[in-house]
Design a protein around this ligand. Structure first.
Ligand code: PMT
Length: 411
């Protein structure tokens, strides 16, 4: 499961209100994916389709997927007298996706002659603009000047992607991927209580090679660590994720350092740790690596009766970096345990927190259903350096990540 699917099940955005503006582009249909993902969070989404957008998609389609209300022309029969002011009074963020060249131009001029530009003019919350157009239209100095003006006024531009446009031209101009629009919308709605913080997260498994084709590893999917990285970024932090092999995609504004082995993860993490305010050590790091056989494939001839492999210890990233901490740095550790019940798990977590000198430590049972490796949920036994302890019932890993960060902030 991708991280946007994981966050689509989060309860943290229920009841938030976003206004979605859609302007004329072949990419209009992709706004529907964003609408679906936001509605899955139990958010209120209203929408405005410009005349151009209605040439590509119908208001009914947006209504059917839960947008309410869906606005059209300013003076259409039945339209409310003050519809052009309504999103400004109710929505907490406005996302225009796709934003055509014409819409960008109207917004930059402060036009109010159509419903969407009037609504944008009357809106003083976070405005996100996701341009989509032909690459030459995007590169045109007039469009670039409009984008610069809008940016100066505080609009957030979600840059278009490169690729082949519907007309066949190639270059920058395609609407950013729906998951990127989803992330940016959530960030605009999230509390910015981690703004200014620099956060490092270790994510996923490590992979320790033994011969040319075999390695030692574990089933970590990177979801729990990825959820921490995303939650910190949504809340305004600058995030670096040190990712083992096979970790899920992250929002493009999260810096990602891909590594393979425990030693590589240690070196990458140790290198950036002095610049960090918080470290979340969620990776399932191999404590030991097989002493390598060599770069060639090990042949079974001569080993029919079995053979032995020796292991050498790896550096303990959490414990080493905790020992190098400044007084203002905070560390969140995890404990992957096979415990018979949550009370035993809490006792193991308590001992591990002290041994590793973490500020906060979250234990999870990796031998019970719906917890630990690979799944979308987790239940935790959490303990901190002041002796506060809690046992959390099973919940979505996105929500677990959110609550752990909230705890880490108040230690
Ligand atoms: O990735 P998912 O599929 O979502 O699964 C999530 C998870 C089960 C991997 C995660 O919730 C979790 O428990 N991560 C920690 C796994 C682990 O290695 O636990 P541990 O008890 O062996 O290690 C204790 C702590 O020391 C952890 O914070 C670990 O990151 C850290 N450690 C361990 C060994 C090592 N050499 N260096 C470390 O930094």
């Amino acid at each position: 499961m991708s991280l946007d699917c994981l966050f689509s099940r989060s309860g943290k955005f229920a009841g938030k209100r976003l206004h979605l503006g859609v302007s004329g582009s072949v990419a209009c249909y992709r706004a529907l994916d964003v609408l679906r993902a936001l509605r899955a969070l139990d958010m209120h989404v209203s929408a405005t389709l410009t005349g151009g957008a209605r040439q590509f998609v119908t208001p009914l389609l947006f209504e059917a997927l839960g947008a309410m209300p869906v606005y059209g022309d300013m003076f259409a029969p039945g339209e409310e007298a003050f519809a052009h002011l309504e999103p400004g009074q109710h929505a907490q963020a406005m996302l225009v996706a796709p934003a055509s060249a014409d819409t960008l131009s109207r917004l930059a001029q402060g036009a109010a002659s159509d419903m969407l530009s009037a609504q944008a003019l009357a809106f003083d919350g976070p405005l996100l603009l996701a341009p989509a157009m032909n690459p030459r239209m995007w590169q045109h100095p007039a469009t670039q000047a409009n984008v610069a003006t809008l940016r100066e006024r505080g609009a957030r531009i979600i840059l278009p992607a490169c690729g082949r446009a519907a007309c066949g031209d190639a270059g920058e101009g395609r609407l950013a991927p729906p998951e990127e629009l989803f992330w940016q919308a959530l960030r605009a709605l999230a509390p910015q209580d981690m703004a200014g913080k620099r956060v490092m997260v270790t994510v996923g498994p490590t992979r320790e090679p033994w011969d040319g084709v075999r390695y030692w590893s574990n089933p970590s999917s990177g979801r729990m660590g990825g959820a921490l990285a995303v939650a910190a970024w949504l809340r305004g932090a600058t995030v670096t994720a040190v990712c083992g092999p096979g970790c899920p995609g992250l929002p493009s504004e999260i810096r990602r350092l891909d590594v393979g082995t425990a030693r590589e993860m240690f070196e990458a993490a140790a290198d950036i740790w002095p610049d960090m305010d918080c470290g979340c050590f969620c990776a399932a790091v191999a404590d030991f690596s097989p002493v390598p056989h060599g770069p060639e494939k090990f042949k079974k001839e001569g080993a029919e009766a079995g053979f032995s492999v020796s292991f050498a210890p790896n550096p303990d990233i959490l414990r080493t970096l905790a020992a190098r901490r400044r007084a203002d740095q905070r560390l969140l550790g995890f404990a992957a345990e096979t415990a018979p019940d949550m009370d035993s798990l809490l006792a193991l977590a308590r001992a591990k927190r002290a041994r590793k000198d973490a500020d906060l430590l979250a234990g999870n049972c990796v031998n019970s259903a719906g917890c630990g490796f690979g799944c979308a949920t987790n239940s935790m036994a959490v303990t901190d350096r002041h002796g506060h302890e809690e046992i959390w019932p099973q919940q979505n890993k996105a929500d677990v990540a959110w609550d752990l960060l909230t705890w880490l902030l108040r230690i």
